[in-house]
Design a protein around this ligand. Structure first.
Ligand code: G3P
Length: 214
């Protein structure tokens, strides 16, 4: 399973990348707004740090405007994947991008049928938001199971990019279901490495290590 980092903070990307945990990066307008920087400046800096798919989202909602933004992102750097919303105009833009050889990440997916439409439009990635489904008392991981099954049934090439991950259990459950990618906030990436028995075991090894004659 590939790990993407879900952030607009280049320092987090640098730190996670140094641990070998960054196969790609996803951004969205909310994450970039937190950085206080221009969207293009942040994305170009990320592309120079990470040689993998870097999702950059369009900010418009009509087909013509989305295509204009898609072309601008595509020209900016070879690593950029254009992130488009799962609305009818977004699906139309996805199809055109695919025909033009522009990679896409279709975002804000909350149902299996939406994922089916994105695959039929030729999306490179589909981003189901599992945490936000959990937030409204649905089980986000059920959506991943359904999308993985549907894509396998018809051999769709669209990669399942599990998004809106909030905790380590989301990551292991996505891996058990065979999702292609998890995009993970840096805080959750750090949690993945933690275990109290590791800490306790290390403490004991360090103490006993001091007793070894040198
Ligand atoms: O990649 C989408 C993700 O950033 C959304 O996460 O936590 O805002 O639902 P969240």
């Amino acid at each position: 399973m590939k790990f993407f980092i879900d952030t607009g903070d280049v320092n987090e990307i640098r730190e996670a990348h140094a641990m070998g945990l960054v196969d790609g990066v996803t951004t969205n307008p909310s994450l970039i707004a937190k950085s206080g920087r221009k969207y293009k400046d942040v994305v170009v800096e990320i592309c120079e740090l990470v040689d993998g798919p870097i999702s950059a989202e369009v900010l418009s909602t009509t087909y013509d405007e989305m295509m204009k933004e898609a072309h601008e992102w595509h020209k900016l750097h070879k690593n950029i994947v254009v992130k488009l919303p799962l609305i009818p105009e977004g699906l139309r833009a996805t199809r055109t991008c695919t025909q033009e050889g522009i990679r896409t990440n279709v975002t804000l997916c909350f149902s299996p049928n939406q994922a089916l439409l994105a695959a039929k439009a030729g999306a490179s990635f589909i981003s189901p938001f599992i945490g936000r489904l959990d937030d409204i008392s649905e089980t986000g991981m059920d959506l991943i199971e359904k999308i993985v099954t549907i894509y396998e049934n018809y051999n769709f090439k669209t990669e399942v990019l599990v998004a809106s991950i909030r905790n380590p259990t989301h990551v292991v459950d996505a891996a058990l279901l065979g999702a292609d990618v998890c995009t993970i906030p840096f805080s959750v990436m750090k949690q993945l490495a933690q275990h109290p028995l590791t800490d306790a075991g290390l403490k004991k090894f360090i103490e006993d290590g001091k007793k070894i004659p040198r």
